[in-house]
Design a protein around this ligand. Sequence first.
Ligand code: CP
Ligand code: NVA
Length: 303
Amino acid sequence: MKRDLITIEDLSSKEISDILKLAHKLKKKPLSKKKALKNKTMALLFQKPSNRTRISFEVAMVHLGGYVLYLSPREIKMGEREPVKDVARVVSRYVDGIVARVYSHQDVAGLAKYSDVPVINGLSDLAHPCQALSDIFTVKEKMKTLKNVTISYVGDGNNVLNSLLMVCAKTGVNIRVATPVGYRPSGEILEKAEKIANETGASIDVFNDPHEAVKGSDIVYTDVWISMGQEEEREKRLLDFSSYQVNEQLMRSSKDAFIMHCLPAHRGEEITDVIDGKNSIVYDQAENRMHVQKAILLRMLAK
Ligand code: CP
Ligand code: NVA
């Protein structure tokens, strides 16, 4: 049966660990599986712009011997020119896999439901599972272990945080979250993550005060305050998040933690030029998208 990757919950802890191991091997030898996906074709169906997700998937596919079709928002007009289920049924007759970047999570879930080939979520309003997998790979690479590691996330309780919470819970990594009231992850997501964390021994703590949250953390993670599709809320969000900036003062509370950001970064908003400093690991984090996605593609598309 085909497997999709729509949220981190689609993977067991063991499967995540296997992906991390395979990605580690592929990072050391990027072309070691250069025929594994020979004659395989993947459609990248994107409703929003992308640098990292698009390029890393395209290059990963090429390194594995496969072929990619990039379909920008102008081409398919999913849900507008034709319904999601028709897009899914038709595109899956042409290709071996689909990576979709959508506004509404329902669209990527619908693609998976009606497609005969594996569907990978390349970001929806609810989740960014490929980002979270490469984030946890980066954490392991830098900390040398995932045991007794604590990440703090400061900012918006958005798609990136939802998937990060889940991957931390599944891999036993502690997470301390600081968001303004009104911008927390949903109760449902927190409950799900807490239930998994209870099994793996991870802790999840939610704070209002970012200084409190980053205390004792090994890593401080942030993402934009205004995600794609939220541009109309810009003025309100800039005000609501103004004391949640990752800057030198906040980093002093965390005592030399690494800095992570999924990018794109908006310097002067959620982060200052600490992103260019010695503790920043954001460019390794961005590079790792490619290595981890190769491992994901091999698991989902290779025979
Ligand atoms: N982090 C990430 O998904 O970047 P892009 O939006 O550029 O793909
Ligand atoms: N939260 C951001 C992540 C971009 C990679 C957004 O959805 O725009």
